[in-house]
Design a protein. Structure first.
Length: 167
């Protein structure tokens, strides 16, 4: 059975290098990816260099636990330190945002709360999944973005082209 998955991708340490490496690793594991635009955003919760953020969608037969395991492995391969504090610079951050319409807090939080609170997650998610229903609010992602207070966080769309065949 195929599951629809959305992943938040972020980096603020060698952003271009690690974002591209993360996308290539996701492509190798999961095949065709749907990518949002890439945005630059200020660090939230700590003083640091701006992040690159985007959202990636794909289909997989893997379980939610297997997806989480693969995401952790990609992060570690890209220099992420285990047990790193939440608000700190990141070489690569891969966050499972949605896995079908699963709602859970066992092992992983789904849907991820950041969807409703961070423009750098919600805007790119709304680009590639506007009609997806948020499993808790029961509203479409596009409607949630439309109602979001866009003055809370600054985002800048950047020119970022990525195709797996070009690597």
């Amino acid at each position: 059975m195929l599951h629809k998955v959305y992943i938040g991708v972020g980096s603020n340490v060698e952003r271009d290098k690690h974002t591209r490496a993360g996308l290539l690793a996701l492509h190798k594991l999961f095949g065709q990816l749907t990518l949002s635009n890439v945005y630059e955003s200020e660090a939230i919760g700590f003083s640091g260099t701006p992040f690159y953020n985007l959202v990636v969608g794909f289909d997989t037969e893997l379980s939610v636990e297997q997806v989480c395991h693969q995401l952790k492995a990609i992060e570690l391969k890209n220099g992420r330190r285990p047990h790193q504090k939440k608000f700190a610079p990141r070489t690569l951050d891969l966050d499972l945002l949605l896995y079908d319409d699963m709602v859970t807090n066992e092992g992983v939080e789904l849907p991820r709360a950041e969807i409703l609170h961070n423009a750098f997650v919600l805007l790119p998610l709304s680009e590639i999944a506007p009609d997806v229903m948020h499993p808790i609010s029961k509203q479409r992602i596009a409607k949630i973005w439309q109602a979001f207070d866009k003055t809370k966080q600054n985002l800048w769309k950047i020119d970022f082209n990525w195709r797996p065949e070009s690597l």
